[in-house]
Design a protein around this ligand. Structure first.
Ligand SMILES: [Zn+2]
Length: 202
């Protein structure tokens, strides 16, 4: 059986990976507003660069990581200094808060555990709604030297999204012609017969 704490660790690990990706898509600071004389400032009417969904998801992860760390520390008996006083707003501090959640989850009772895991899952859902993350981040490379029977490349990836065909395998390699391979299988095991056929064909 999976240890409930492992699920929290997995969720925190995924969120920690998503933060830098969301950061890249969130609006860049408007440095031109403080441009030196002679430099061109961004026109006031120009829309903010970046992606509102990324901003929202990122802000939520920052807030939730600190809140949950605080609740868990409180449950563990630490009354002060509070986590909000201890951690600034940087991405590194959010990563630290997520790591602290992982290490503290063992002290949570059932109610607190459910609160923590449901909050983490909601943040993951928000990040998934950001399309670039959905497309780029839900695939994990299939290790172990698995080779695509069609293009002979080792670019097989497994879909992680539990809501859409989890475990589906897709090839992200290219055929000899240079065209994307895009071979897919419902399960890793389904590749095996194709591999056998490819070996027979030499
Ligand atoms: Zn392939």
């Amino acid at each position: 059986m999976t240890d409930p704490a492992d699920l929290v660790q997995e969720a925190c690990g995924l969120l920690a990976q998503l933060v830098p990706r969301l950061r890249r898509e969130a609006p860049v600071p408007d440095e031109t507003a403080f441009a030196a004389p002679g430099m061109t400032a961004r026109p006031a009417a120009a829309p903010l660069p970046g992606n509102p969904a990324a901003i929202y998801a990122l802000t939520s992860i920052h807030a939730t990581a600190r809140q949950l760390e605080g609740v868990l520390k409180y449950a563990a008996g630490a009354r002060r200094p509070g986590p909000l006083a201890a951690r600034g707003g940087s991405d590194a501090n959010t990563a630290g808060a997520l790591a602290a959640i992982t290490s503290l989850i063992g002290i949570a009772d059932d109610d607190l555990y459910r609160l923590v895991i449901s909050e983490l899952e909601q943040r993951l859902d928000e990040a998934r709604q950001f399309r670039a993350i959905d497309e780029a981040g839900q695939w994990r490379s299939v290790g172990g030297g698995s080779v695509c029977p069609f293009c002979r490349g080792s670019s097989l990836k497994a879909l992680l999204d539990a809501r859409r065909q989890p475990g589906r395998i897709q090839c992200f390699g290219h055929r000899e012609s240079g065209a994307p391979c895009r071979a897919t299988w419902p399960r890793l095991a389904d590749i095996v017969p194709d591999l056998a056929r490819a070996e027979e064909a030499g």
